[in-house]
Design a protein around this ligand. Structure first.
Ligand SMILES: C[S@@+](CC[C@H](N)C(=O)[O-])C[C@H]1O[C@@H](n2cnc3c(N)ncnc32)[C@H](O)[C@@H]1O
Length: 234
């Protein structure tokens, strides 16, 4: 509860438009105390997951949120993920949308917040965790920056998950590039909307995400704001 009000306060400090704040408030009750439900999903889908630190399960907090919001969505076939780390989010999306394939883009070298992470091991775990999907051509791995990926990419996607470099400048660029290759009716899922790592709050992902939503509002058919943001392209 305290966290909820702290987040509200920070959203107001950075000048978040009221319609986005109301959307966040509206999602409070449906997402209140969903830890147990997320844990159940976690136990089901990550039973043999390789990880250097089993406490680093940031993505698992969103399992119930994502499963609920994508419950009745079936027409997701091609997916793109920016920022894969050890493969937790990749595995969720591949399991949630059976009959889909996923393109994973990561430098496997981290960004500001990864000060003492052994990325050789992280990448090795990613390969172990996703070996079934990679060997069955359901997952393609691109070891490069998101900017370099978008420069050479000519494909369009039904769902794009953005969880790479979290600095506001890079999030802004990733959002523009992702939107350009998202199909009409497709979903853009943005992580770390409530991540307040940089002391200057405006340097965190929430500011570029707010600006992006404001700018593209006429082209958005559905918006769900919680700790992650789901945007459906009209
Ligand atoms: C928070 S982690 C991703 C977590 C993953 N999605 C999960 O849920 O388990 C962020 C990842 O983004 C990658 N990254 C950082 N900057 C990047 C960039 N410019 N392009 C692509 N990936 C980047 C890092 O190497 C790191 O693995």
């Amino acid at each position: 509860m305290t966290k909820f009000f702290k987040n509200l306060y920070r959203l107001m400090l950075i000048g978040t438009p009221l319609f986005i704040i109301f959307n966040y408030i509206r999602n409070f009750l449906p997402n209140f105390k969903t830890k147990k439900k997320s844990k159940k999903i976690e136990n089901r889908i990550y039973n043999q997951f390789h990880s250097i630190n089993s406490n680093e399960k940031w993505f698992c907090n969103n399992l119930n949120f994502l499963s609920t919001n994508f419950k009745n969505i079936q027409n997701v076939k091609t997916m793109l993920e920016i920022g894969s780390y050890e493969g937790r989010s990749a595995i969720f999306f591949l399991k949630n949308f059976s009959n889909s394939n996923l393109t994973c883009v990561d430098t496997w070298s981290g960004s500001d917040e990864h000060t003492s992470v052994n990325f050789k091991l992280i990448e090795k775990n990613f390969d172990l965790n996703t070996s079934f999907y990679q060997s069955n051509n359901l997952l393609r791995k691109y070891k490069m920056t998101s900017n370099d990926f978008f420069k050479q990419n000519d494909k369009y996607f039904d769902l794009i998950y953005v969880d790479g470099d979290h600095s506001s400048d890079q999030v802004k660029i990733d959002l523009i590039n992702a939107w350009n290759v998202l199909k009409n009716g497709g979903f853009l899922v943005l992580d770390d909307y409530m991540w307040w790592y940089y002391k200057d709050y405006k340097k965190n992902p929430s500011t570029p995400i707010n600006n992006f939503i404001k700018k593209n509002i006429l082209n958005i058919s559905n918006l769900t704001v919680w700790h992650q943001v789901i945007i459906q392209k009209a």
